[in-house]
Write a protein that binds this ligand. Structure first.
Ligand code: S3P
Length: 437
């Protein structure tokens, strides 16, 4: 099968008003929590991307009835805490790291066995970071050299754990909390730095008591979730591509509607502001989005200056680095990111993929063990970029075309559909000169 590619023409002007698709992290969780809840859950603004559809299909294979009258409108008929059924086949998580890791926590304490697999990229990603702590709770899980397939033998007698995460990871934290819900006793998870807290916020809206004290989250086993309505805000990580595009080329401003602005996700805003960006956040008051704050974001073309990124902002902007590096490539002076080793184990090695692509465009950069150094320039060249099948690398280089002197060809872009269906249409509407073939 030939893989799709983008051609992004050089230059262009960004403007108008846009609404990006629903949040990926929140959509996964709404499906899973709805599936194990008692009663029904109605999800609006659901992300109809391949990653979340993998979660949806897996839940159906586990016996959960789901209706989807429209792509972004989903009803989940919860089966209750003991209602999941064994799947006849291995559960295929596609490209979705969040799906495989959260399902590990959900399925380890069940009374049946499960096997979790994924696509080529997912089959290379580390799973012991979840399997290890789950084993200390009594789970029986095997990985192959630390990677999928993940073979789970259901263990109904799991015990609570007191676990200090070695790296800030919402996926690991969430997997342990999901197992903790079905374990005996009170599970505590402590983070070295805050990671996204959608699990904690959404569990509370499903009626679960989640205790937070400083860097520790605690949950008592045996609580039952109650179905609820979930309104999914626009994905900040998808808005990020247009926020940077706006900084580069929105003379008259760009307005993004209904974006989730949970503070554990918006580190990019702080980094861009430190670089001199003109970004205004207009919070939407009185919205009930399961404890998730929502805002309209207005951005204008700004003169960006390179910065040294504070390491504390890394977990708060973990998925935004590909497009942040594009902003750095267009800034005056040098930008340095360190403490970002996690970027090497995402859908691709994002440090290496970005360094390679920036080099193709003629942007001076240096790949570091845990980060990237970039010298910005006011105009760079075009060329052919390998996205390594990584959605965010592909979209980041599409944004780079705004400052390129020649076209950028971006290879292997099918996976953009995992997180951002309709990206090309929206990007063209905003002013990018992009076509897919
Ligand atoms: C996610 C957590 C992050 C993030 C991923 C989504 C989540 O991963 O990169 O895209 O939904 O919990 P880590 O937990 O591995 O940092």
């Amino acid at each position: 099968m030939t893989k799709a590619r983008y051609i992004a023409g050089p230059g262009g002007k960004i403007e108008g008003e846009l609404t990006v698709p629903g949040d990926k992290s929140i959509s996964h969780r709404a499906l899973m929590f709805g599936g194990i809840a008692e009663g029904d859950t109605e999800i609006t603004g659901f992300l109809a991307g391949e990653d979340c559809l993998a979660t949806l299909r897996a839940l159906q294979s586990l016996g959960v009835r789901i209706e989807r009258p429209e792509p972004e409108h989903v009803f989940v008929h919860g089966v209750g805490p003991d209602g999941l059924q064994p799947s006849a086949a291995a559960l295929d998580m596609g490209n979705a790291g969040t799906a495989i890791r959260l399902f590990m926590g959900l399925l380890a304490p069940q009374r049946f066995d499960s096997t979790l697999i994924g696509d080529e990229s997912l089959m290379r990603r580390p799973m012991e970071r979840v399997a290890g702590p789950l084993r200390s709770m009594g789970a029986n899980i095997q990985t192959r050299d630390g990677k999928p397939p993940v073979e789970i033998r259901g263990s109904t007698g799991m015990r609570a754990i007191d676990y200090a995460l070695p790296v800030a990871s919402a996926q690991v934290k969430s997997a342990i909390l999901l197992a903790g819900l079905q374990a005996f006793g009170r599970t505590h998870v402590t983070e070295p730095a805050p990671s996204r807290d959608h699990t904690e916020r959404m569990l509370a809206s499903f009626g679960v008591e989640v205790l937070r004290e400083g860097a520790t989250v605690a949950i008592e086993g045996g609580q039952t979730l109650r179905g609820t309505d979930v309104r999914v805000p626009g994905d900040f990580s998808s808005a990020a591509f247009f926020i940077v595009a706006g900084c580069l080329a929105a003379e008259n401003g760009l307005l993004l509607h209904n974006v989730g602005v949970n503070p554990t996700r918006t580190g990019l805003l702080e980094m861009l502001r430190q670089m001199g960006a003109d970004i205004r956040v207009h919070p939407q008051p009185n919205t009930d989005a399961n404890g998730e704050p929502i805002a309209d974001i207005e951005v204008r073309k700004s003169r960006l200056r390179g910065i040294k990124v504070p390491e504390s902002l890394v977990p708060l902007s973990i998925d935004e680095f590909p497009v942040f590096f594009v902003a750095a490539a267009c800034a005056e002076g040098e930008t340095l990111v360190r403490g970002a080793l996690e970027l090497r184990v995402k859908e691709s090695d994002r440090l290496a993929a970005m360094a390679q692509g920036l080099t193709v465009l003629g942007v001076e950069n240096q790949l570091l063990a845990d980060g990237l150094w970039i010298r910005g320039t006011d105009r760079f060249g075009g060329g052919t970029i390998d996205s390594h099948g990584d959605h965010r690398i592909a979209m980041a280089f599409a944004v780079a075309s705004l400052k390129a002197r020649a076209s950028i060809e971006i290879l292997d872009v099918d996976n953009v559909a995992t997180s951002f269906p309709g990206f090309v249409t929206l990007a063209r509407k905003a002013g990018l000169q992009i076509t897919a073939s």
